[in-house]
Design a binder for this molecule. Structure first.
Ligand SMILES: C[S@@+](CC[C@H](N)C(=O)[O-])C[C@H]1O[C@@H](n2cnc3c(N)ncnc32)[C@H](O)[C@@H]1O
Length: 268
């Protein structure tokens, strides 16, 4: 059986990276996520904030190459409705010329479907046009109770949003998993809050703010995760001097002697 290779769609993926990526500053991040997905092979990927589909398309390409996994991506389409975004889309050229036309009359769903079909990854993507919910119920419904291996939050990086989001989503994360929060590392209140939060979680303490609104099952699941895992925070910061140029990477790993994902640990 012939396996899918990114080579087949690379021209279109590069057009997406180069033309759509800069709108949200994700032209490098989309490739970083592609590489990480290829290496770590998450089965359940959740993206909060699809935007124009650049990161979704690249993550889905990695899943397609691996031959497993699915990305569930959520967006209410609020940015797509902006006149400035419509004007931007209207002047797309080359491989994205047809998208330029479609974006003027077609729906957000139609445009996202066009992109994922164009790069041949539609079978790895579930796009959900809806508001992002903080208790992960919508994710639970589409992912049918599977734990999340990779969560990419790219819609709001205020400390209050992050804490609400982590409160709702941590209970749904796998014991080896990763959470990426775009722009949080260079917004000082969020950077400080995440640093403090990780220290508390590693001391097996759950701050009250994180428990807010959790039901009994979510509280139990959150406790189990914190009890069994440790948390590492890596601040991925770009040198490009633009307004939102960072991603906070929260790694979750089971307490163990061996590194997460290790499949072949050698002792000598
Ligand atoms: C920064 S963009 C996502 C960019 C995309 N991940 C990328 O890098 O290519 C943020 C998106 O979040 C969406 N958004 C913002 N607030 C939202 C909310 N409360 N519910 C759902 N979508 C929201 C906007 O419509 C916008 O498309």
């Amino acid at each position: 059986m012939q396996t899918w290779n990114i080579r087949q769609s690379i021209g279109d993926l590069l057009a997406i990276r180069d033309q759509l990526g800069p709108v949200y500053g994700s032209e490098d991040l989309c490739m970083l996520l592609y590489s990480l997905v290829r290496r770590e092979q998450p089965l359940v990927v959740v993206e909060l904030g699809t935007g124009l589909g650049a990161t979704t398309a690249w993550i889905a390409s990695a899943l397609k190459e691996i031959g497993a996994g699915r990305i569930y991506t959520f967006d209410n389409g609020s940015h797509f409705q902006d006149a400035s975004v419509k004007a931007f889309l209207s002047q797309l050229t080359g491989e994205l010329q047809d998208l330029a036309r479609l974006s003027q009359t077609g729906s957000y769903e139609a445009c996202m479907a066009w992109i994922f079909n164009r790069v041949d990854v539609a079978d790895r993507v579930q796009f959900v046009k809806s508001d992002i919910d903080f208790n992960a119920r919508a994710v639970e419904a589409v992912a049918q109770g599977q734990k999340i291996d990779l969560l990419f939050s790219d819609f709001n990086h205020a400390p209050k949003t992050i804490i609400q989001l982590l409160g709702g989503y941590l209970a749904h994360m796998n014991t080896t998993s990763a959470i990426y929060i775009d722009s949080a590392s260079t917004y000082l209140p969020s950077y400080w809050m995440l640093d403090n939060l990780v220290q508390m979680l590693n001391a097996k303490r759950i701050p009250a703010a994180l428990r807010h609104g959790l039901d009994g099952d979510q509280w139990t699941a959150l406790n189990e995760l914190v009890d069994r895992c440790h948390f590492q925070l890596v601040h991925l910061v770009e040198k490009t001097p633009r307004s939102q140029n960072s991603t906070a990477w929260l790694r979750i790993a089971s307490d163990d002697l061996f590194p997460a994902h290790a499949t072949n640990v050698r002792f000598q």
